[in-house]
Write a protein that binds this ligand. Sequence first.
Ligand SMILES: NC(=O)c1ccc[n+]([C@@H]2O[C@H](COP(=O)([O-])OP(=O)(O)OC[C@H]3O[C@@H](n4cnc5c(N)ncnc54)[C@H](O)[C@@H]3O)[C@@H](O)[C@H]2O)c1
Length: 244
Amino acid sequence: MGKLENRVAVVTGAAQGIGRAIADKLVEEGAAVVVADLNGEGAERAAQELGGSAVQADVSQEADAQRIVDATLALHGRLDVLVHAAAIVPFVPWDDVDFAFWRKIISVNLDGTYLIGRAVEKPMREAGYGRIVNIASNSFFAGTPNMGPYLAAKGGVIGLTRAQATELGKHGITANAIAPGIIRSEGALASPHKDSFDFVQSLQALPRHGEPQDIAPAAAFLASEESGWVTGQTLVVDAGHVRN
Ligand SMILES: NC(=O)c1ccc[n+]([C@@H]2O[C@H](COP(=O)([O-])OP(=O)(O)OC[C@H]3O[C@@H](n4cnc5c(N)ncnc54)[C@H](O)[C@@H]3O)[C@@H](O)[C@H]2O)c1
């Protein structure tokens, strides 16, 4: 029996990449999964392949975040787990960062984490149980170049996760973050990040490139009852690249 039998999970950003690998793992562990993604076609395809359902939504819009929760409750009557993986992973030299770009990254990557977190809170509080897993990044610890607003947003995600843990613990809700290292997601491979894998591997303790599936077991643990005494933490899953 899987560790998520009878649990209902929303996984944002699960049309592809790390979110998709996590969605697959949660299904393997017995959960019913709702795939929420800006890419509606991709979300539908993923949902079909993993036997879940899809919601097309932009997590940086308050009404969309609420719609994800409403759709999940309409379908399943409960919402036990949020894994929030949706984000933009940019590669923009510092000198090219302007305020509009800064706002865009903060809006999707940090505001989006706040909005979907607030939306799942209500059913979780009513049930007296919930698991929030926010995907941060080890680049926050490494200070990776060409990702300025992203580093700021992911630092914010870690702070917000601590706040969620503090504020929601009394309702039986845990909140933790995962900080992946560089991972061969569709997004990373379609960007200049694709040229960084060998260099980053030279900094890792474990000498191979990271795959989306390398993140999924940590997410399944934090999404399950087994992690009930763990909250407010950031678990770095990066082959030993940053060691803090
Ligand atoms: N790939 C890496 O190297 C890496 C490393 C550390 C952390 N991360 C984090 O892991 C998560 C997943 O990254 P990935 O590499 O799999 O990315 P990806 O680009 O392959 O996939 C991201 C998904 O999020 C969706 N998305 C983007 N903006 C959205 C929005 N506003 N609303 C809803 N959905 C939206 C996209 O449509 C896409 O399906 C992100 O939080 C990213 O910051 C990735």
